[in-house]
Write a protein that binds this ligand. Structure first.
Ligand code: PEP
Length: 251
């Protein structure tokens, strides 16, 4: 039985004060919500303050990215140990915006996933095809390539703590959501690949969440799909009421 996971990805939004205000309100709104894991992903600058605000709550903390090295001459980067130090449990890796604007590749995703896991940080590995890929019939091969290479060399034990986020690029921030059938088809491709790479048992344990214009109005129908285990939410996670509603609907 997989517990759905709903993650707020705030991207480049929210000052420390705004992030703390949001999480203070969210605590009260989801304190009685069972059967779903709720995660917030502030900018690096707000992680420490949000961690303090979340103390004693049922909300988990994630970062939006991580670098693979422990320390050294890597100006601007953040290590897995630094994220652990401020209380992160999760880290998003390979978001399509990182791939598109910051040169993230399957190879760098894989190094980051390995580094995160070596510090007991749970990676949320983002995969998904562009509109061009989908229209050219390459959806399955792109997903296969992102997953296979992103998690290459990860042991079955470590893989149990990872999450995969299927995020079709054409649905991110566009208001166009994958249909429940499109999401289910892609999630099944991912779960079948996990069966091939690991085992049917392990594939049945790994959570695969959907991301791409999720909002309260479309959450329920997406969550009824058998292989959809929660949501990675961008735009609709910026308002606490809509994010709390999505969390409740996913539970
Ligand atoms: C995202 O950034 O991961 C995302 C899914 O964004 P949105 O919900 O705005 O499409």
């Amino acid at each position: 039985m997989r517990t759905p996971i709903v993650v707020a990805n705030w991207k480049l939004n929210k000052t420390v004060g705004e992030a703390v205000e949001f999480t203070s309100a969210l605590k009260g709104m989801v304190s009685g919500v069972d059967g779903v894991e709720v995660v917030v992903t502030p900018a690096f600058t707000a992680l420490n303050a949000v961690a303090s605000t979340l103390s004693g709550s049922n909300i988990h903390l994630s970062a939006q990215d991580v670098f693979w090295a422990d320390n050294g001459a890597f100006t601007g980067e953040i290590s897995p140990a630094m994220l652990k130090d401020v209380g992160c449990e999760y880290v998003i890796i390979g978001h399509s915006e990182r791939r598109q604007y910051f040169g993230e590749t399957n190879e760098s995703v894989n190094k980051k996933v390995k580094a995160a896991l070596s510090y007991d940080l749970r990676p949320i590995v983002c995969v998904g095809e562009s509109l061009e890929d989908r229209e050219a019939g390459r959806t399955e091969s792109v997903i296969d390539n992102h997953v296979r290479n992103g998690i290459a060399g990860i042991s079955p034990e470590a893989m149990q703590s990872a999450v995969i986020a299927y995020e079709p690029v054409w649905a991110i921030g566009t208001g166009v959501t994958a249909t429940p059938d499109q999401a289910q088809d892609a999630h099944l491709v991912i779960r079948s690949l996990l069966s091939e790479l690991y085992s049917v048992e392990l594939a049945a344990q790994v959570r695969i969440q959907y991301g791409g214009s999720v909002k309260p109005e479309n959450t329920s129908e997406l969550m009824t799909q058998p292989d959809v285990d929660g949501a990675l939410v961008g735009g609709a996670s910026l308002e606490v009421e809509s994010f709390a509603a999505i969390a409740r609907l996913a539970g």
